[in-house]
Ligand binder design. Structure first.
Ligand code: HEC
Ligand code: HEC
Ligand code: HEC
Ligand code: HEC
Ligand code: HEC
Length: 191
């Protein structure tokens, strides 16, 4: 049975079939990778670039990064504090046409329903990560998240695997053996 299958596969038609099977598998894999690197559908197409260009600091909206494990995503009240003022300078009709992207924000504020942001930067639950230790050690947001000041909707960076953490930890430790042992010890990140 198997021998007959191999004989068939060696014929031109069989080779074409194998080729097609490989192509199908390959494009499926490529599609999967493409999908996983797309920005997820966010409740608002929040543009980081626009806000950074106005001089807003990362920590203004993500203060948790300096204080604890999670950076946090700002609640709509923080957005509205600014955007209500901006809207006030326009009459309501003009506000709608000039800022179409803001409609979901206005709707969320009016109906008092929180915005459900979809996380993109994540490590699995069995990994211990704490922003504060890194920010306190002088690591910039950019070192791990790339240049967010150029980003419109945040994308999945796809970089938070074990090698990503360990590469930097080894670099940081350098010749300091004690620190190297601590920063590469399994128990430092998994407990
Ligand atoms: C005006 C507020 C604001 C400012 C300023 C801001 N962010 Fe954000 N950030 C957000 C909001 C809202 C989201 C959620 C929407 C999204 O993911 O696109 C977000 C998402 C992110 C994410 C993805 C997190 C996740 O998993 O969803 C990262 C990383 C991030 N911001 C980093 C930064 C950095 C670095 C800076 C400074 C260059 C910065 N942000 C400045 C509001 C802000
Ligand atoms: C410190 C003030 C400030 C805060 C806080 C702020 N924004 Fe903005 N936002 C601005 C300014 C200024 C603009 C540019 C408006 C313009 O183009 O004239 C802007 C533009 C935008 C736009 C683009 C509008 C369009 O239609 O082009 C969106 C969407 C937006 N903000 C959403 C948000 C959200 C969501 C939050 C909260 C996470 C937020 N903003 C927090 C000041 C702020
Ligand atoms: C050493 C690498 C590193 C640095 C530096 C770093 N981050 Fe992160 N960030 C991560 C990792 C890893 C996650 C995923 C954490 C998780 O899943 O708990 C993350 C998650 C986030 C998130 C998602 C939401 C949340 O509550 O955690 C935001 C927003 C964010 N970071 C913003 C920032 C900002 C702003 C800075 C700079 C002040 C910064 N990060 C610095 C690695 C880093
Ligand atoms: C860009 C460099 C960089 C990356 C990437 C990085 N770290 Fe770190 N990490 C540091 C530095 C610097 C320290 C502080 C070292 C010291 O104690 O002087 C640190 C310390 C730590 C500590 C010890 C914190 C404490 O309380 O003392 C843990 C846990 C940790 N990192 C986890 C992670 C994990 C998990 C990742 C990947 C998701 C990661 N780190 C990625 C630079 C990095
Ligand atoms: C600096 C932080 C850090 C250290 C130290 C570390 N890990 Fe990890 N580990 C991670 C992160 C982050 C992931 C998540 C990988 C992912 O999501 O792809 C991970 C994932 C894993 C996984 C799940 C399988 C996988 O590849 O996704 C295993 C098993 C694991 N680590 C074992 C270990 C062992 C054993 C050690 C000690 C030799 C160790 N780790 C040290 C950060 C670390």
């Amino acid at each position: 049975m198997i021998k007959r299958l191999f004989d068939w596969l060696k014929q031109p038609l069989g080779l074409i079939a194998v080729g097609i099977a490989f192509l199908a598998l390959f494009s499926l894999a490529a599609y999967g990778i493409f999908q996983s690197q797309q920005s997820p559908a966010q409740p608002i197409q929040f543009p980081h670039a626009t806000h950074a260009a106005r001089g807003l600091q990362c920590l203004y909206c993500h203060p948790g990064a300096a204080r604890g494990p999670s950076a946090g995503i700002p609640a709509q009240a923080k957005c509205w504090a600014c955007h209500q003022q901006i809207q006030k300078t326009l009459d309501s009709q003009l506000a709608d046409t000039q800022f179409p992207l803001l409609k979901p924000l206005v709707a969320a504020v009016t109906s008092n329903t929180p915005l459900e942001w979809v996380p993109v930067a994540m490590v699995p639950d069995f990994v211990q990560f704490n922003h504060r230790a890194h920010v306190a050690a002088g690591q910039n947001c950019e070192n791990c998240h790339g240049d967010m000041t150029k980003v419109t909707v945040a994308e999945n960076p796809q970089v938070f695997n074990m090698g990503f953490c360990l590469n930097c930890h080894k670099k940081v430790a350098g010749e300091n053996h004690e620190l190297l042992v601590k920063l590469t010890d399994c128990g430092t990140c998994h407990y």
